[in-house]
Ligand binder design. Sequence first.
Ligand code: ADP
Ligand code: MG
Length: 433
Amino acid sequence: MTTVALKDVTKIFQDGTVAVDNVSLDVADGEFMVLLGPSGCGKSTVLRMVAGLEDPTNGAIMLDGQLANQLAPRDRRIAMVFQDFALYPHMTVGDNIGFPLRLSGVEPQPRAERVADVASALGIGDVLARKPSQLSGGQRQRVAMGRAIVRRPGLFLMDEPLSNLDSGLRAELRAEISGLVHELGVSTIYVTHDQAEALTMADRVAIMRKGVLQDVGTPTEVYGKPATLYVAAFLGSPRMNLLEASVYVHLDRYVQLNLGEQSLYLRWDDIRARAVSHYHGERIVVGVRAEALMPVSPDTPGDVLQGRIRYLEHHGHESLAFVDIGATAVIVDELGGAPSNAEENGQRGLRRFGHVLSRLSGRNAPRDAGMTQVAERTSVLSDGRHHRRPAELAVRLAPYPQVSSGHPLAVQVRMEALHFFDERGDRIDVGRR
Ligand SMILES: Nc1ncnc2c1ncn2[C@@H]1O[C@H](COP(=O)(O)OP(=O)(O)O)[C@@H](O)[C@H]1O
Ligand SMILES: [Mg+2]
């Protein structure tokens, strides 16, 4: 099947909008690549350029190793499925699926056989005689898929094909689509703004922000070792806790990460301590996911943070505690809609008005002032105003915990699961993955 390579592809629209900014990306034979990012980050534009519906302003689109910039859409062996797929309402399901074959002159008999094969693969073999209006949303989506695969394309391009469906159906079709596509062995580029969808479906995920590719990797790679602060914040639910920390090196002993009222300590023999120690006297961002925090009894020794529960959220299978630990949260903007958790709630809604990755001013501050500035618990937002934004550390608890708002809570931190980012939002790391 078709391989795709984008080489330094840029798209600037007539009005000057830079929709895609120097993106390079490879899709291997049979690979399921998910393009992920918030609305407006350039995902559809990438897809449309691959399909030949838009011309890149700069760069090369390669299909099967051949430059395809000049290739007409119909010569690209591509099938597209959109969010607003339209079925022909007056045609039966069978005729809808078979329509592309009819257009290319396939005889009725082989056409009917191909349609029947595709329909049975999609589990809609028994509704071939119905009209689209007599189908459920999920069945209609399957018909659209059927129409796309019936021509045996070399490449699928899917642009948020599940966005209009309710969440139960979406989850069901996710598994079906990726299963089907893998079975057919067709290379696929699948666009979504839904990080859970991306992580569950993808062989690899490419995360975009404002036209720029941030990170590419398997779901495990991008989730476990995000290349940027943005990717760290975008992936996962609840979102990764992102805390301002000032770095203080105690030679041969440890690197202190001062979070405000409390500190964490990277032992000197920890390989990451050396990388982080370069930021002595400066501020960095420490990221810690909820699964790296474990409630413990308050007198537990070791890497433990003490706090007070600000509020709780019950999700049935678990509860989330949001804990004030006297630290400052770093706000990452342009995440689009939050994952379906806490952050959608009214009382946390404020967060979503945070602006561009709040700039940490530590690097410019006099070195000896670093500590006291953190203690102010103030974060600088890009609009220039200062907000006090105490961190609310998201911690997972068992369902129906024996605690409530206002209770003290101690959490043990799995130090090896911490993430570190510099003031520009790039990962601080020892070696690349
Ligand atoms: N034809 C166009 N003319 C001008 N700007 C456009 C056009 N199409 C898209 N854009 C802009 O390009 C950016 C990326 O759009 P798009 O690729 O549709 O994003 P996404 O699919 O990630 O939501 C957006 O700012 C959008 O407004
Ligand atoms: Mg789009």
